[in-house]
Design a protein around this ligand. Structure first.
Ligand code: PTJ
Length: 239
């Protein structure tokens, strides 16, 4: 279904051609992971949700793959967090930005940014740096699903806390982010929506403790171990 949604996204002009390659890469890692949410990914998802809940100015970034795979769920998550969605494309065309904005609004998004960028992120070439004040540029916490390493690095160097969703635990984005969720975006967003509902009524001090005990390096190591264990298990099952 995910593959169908991505190809449909390309045909509708939401997703870039390069998005198909990213999908293929993601699928390969998802097979290695066992196509399910691992314990470490679940822990990272909970910490990321808490970080977004405690943020002053959280923003959720949407690209062409995210728009094809989980548009409705991203709108729900943004509405639950009372955070804006910002369309932030690597292979930017104004036509694609417009189509994604229209889709998100048709699904009930309250605030969609990215159509009128008014500032550029430092350390990136101009087309890829386009951003919005009061959006990603001013955010303290940014969620960047399926992001390229340079842009993740630029956000971290600006002092932002970055939540990445990337099935490759060894990508530059995965290593640079503050919290990395090594899981498929199609499982992550529903898990985050459930976590928002679980955590939004808990005392702030309790949430702060969970967050201060979180260690992203440990989580990435766990993700690699989980992949290795899954591959070993599958090999043994075959024999
Ligand atoms: O719409 P645009 O122009 O912004 O372009 C978006 C893509 C994704 C094409 C662009 O950002 C890109 O080329 O990204 P990369 O460098 O291919 O990185 C994408 C990362 O996301 C890779 O490490 C993939 O393994 C991972 N990935 C792919 N599909 C999924 C995924 N991670 C989580 N869930 C997925 N479904």
């Amino acid at each position: 279904m995910a593959r169908e949604n991505i190809t449909k996204g390309v045909r509708m002009g939401l997703t870039s051609i390069q998005g198909l390659i990213a999908q293929g890469r993601g699928e390969a890692f998802d097979y290695f992971l066992g196509e399910s949410t691992t314990a470490s990914a679940f822990e990272a998802t909970k910490a990321a949700t808490i970080m977004l809940l405690l943020a002053e100015k959280p923003v959720l970034s949407v690209n062409g793959n995210v728009a094809a795979l989980v548009p409705k769920e991203m709108v729900m998550l943004a509405n639950e967090l009372k955070a804006p969605l910002e369309i932030n494309l690597f292979h930017r065309t104004e036509e694609r930005v417009e189509k994604i904005a229209k889709l998100l609004r048709s699904l009930g998004a309250k605030r969609v940014l990215g159509e009128n960028p008014d500032v550029v992120l430092p350390l990136l070439d101009h087309a890829r740096a386009k951003s919005t004040r009061d959006g990603i540029y001013d955010a303290d916490v940014v969620m960047i699903p399926l992001e390229d390493g340079d842009r993740c690095e630029a956000l971290v160097r600006m002092g932002k806390k970055v939540v990445a969703v990337d099935l490759n635990p060894l990508s530059r984005t995965a290593k640079m982010a503050t919290i990395t969720i090594v899981d498929n975006i199609i499982r992550v967003v529903p898990n985050m929506i459930a976590s928002v509902r679980e955590f939004s009524c808990k005392p702030i001090e309790e949430l702060q403790v969970i967050l201060s005990n979180y260690d992203n390096n440990h989580i990435l190591r766990q993700a690699v171990k989980e992949i290795r264990a899954n591959l070993d298990r599958q090999f043994e099952e075959k024999i």
